[in-house]
Design a protein around this ligand. Structure first.
Ligand code: IPE
Ligand code: IPE
Ligand code: MG
Length: 241
């Protein structure tokens, strides 16, 4: 059986893939475990997907790890997720370096517990010289938060006389988002069968191809990732033209 990886056209790979990693809780419940067990198993999928992306030369991989709305989950789940985040970032730093992966983060990082923010910044600094895949973690992120923030900053600059109203265009807005140095995603994947955006990259996904799979995140492996890219390559992107 030939794999999806072999079937990929290496000359037409998406530059940026964004993933809504969903279904951890349901995956665990279906197996008689609590939701945290699902989050713990999701770490393997993060590792596999990051490796898969690095192997074929994807430039940007954005993973939606925690949304602004996720702060409203039970405190015990939020605490467990933050702890898992700290542990994982610390443990994975050497292998990120080994794979030439540079870590980045988008979101309202000021809401993260101090220890989590510190470990995150340390890992970002320790991988900042890597030139391969950029792994972007969306943490305490929501698109409406990001756009609201951008609007405030643009208004402040207009009031300060740095811009005129007429200067506000697509490019200026993009440059005020947390993703300013990152190209828009070509492909957005959501696992677990839900077909919605859940406040993720609303501006940036304008012309992205959307791919939904029933596979829950803890079961998502390299072949699932390559299959999504394969399906992406069968589509025709028209950009309104
Ligand atoms: C995704 O899995 C992980 C996070 C949102 C942090 P969920 O926790 O949303 O799992 P389901 O969707 O309830 O199954
Ligand atoms: C989106 O999943 C957020 C992340 C994957 C981090 P959710 O499970 O929080 O979204 P809804 O509630 O299904 O829309
Ligand atoms: Mg969910």
């Amino acid at each position: 059986m030939s794999s999806f990886k072999e079937k990929l056209d290496k000359t037409r790979l998406p530059k940026h893939i964004a993933i809504i990693m969903d279904g951890n809780g349901r995956w665990a419940k279906e197996r008689g475990y609590d939701r945290i067990f699902g989050h713990q198993n999701g770490v393997t999928s993060v590792r596999e997907t990051t490796e898969a992306a690095a192997e074929i030369g994807i430039e940007y991989l954005t993973l939606y790890a925690f949304s602004t709305e996720n702060w409203s989950r039970p405190q015990s789940e939020v605490d467990a997720l933050m702890e898992l985040l700290i542990d994982t970032i610390e443990k994975e730093t050497p292998s990120l370096n080994k794979n030439n992966v540079r870590l980045m983060a988008i979101g309202d990082l000021s809401r993260l517990p101090g220890s989590a923010a510190e470990k995150l910044q340390r890992c970002i600094a320790q991988t900042s010289k890597n030139t391969g895949l950029a792994l972007v973690l969306a943490l305490s992120y929501s698109s409406r938060w990001e756009i609201t923030n951008a609007l405030k900053n643009i208004c402040t600059e207009v009031l300060a006389g740095n811009y005129n109203i007429e200067d506000i265009n697509d490019e200026l807005i993009s440059n005020h988002l947390t993703t300013k140095s990152i190209p828009d995603p070509d492909l957005m994947i959501r696992t677990s069968g839900e077909e919605r955006i859940s406040n993720f990259l609303l501006w940036q996904l304008a012309y992205s191809e959307l791919y939904f799979t029933k596979t829950h995140w803890p079961e998502f492996r390299k072949e699932n990732f390559y299959q999504a890219i394969y399906e992406f390559q069968q589509r025709e992107r028209r950009f309104g033209k």
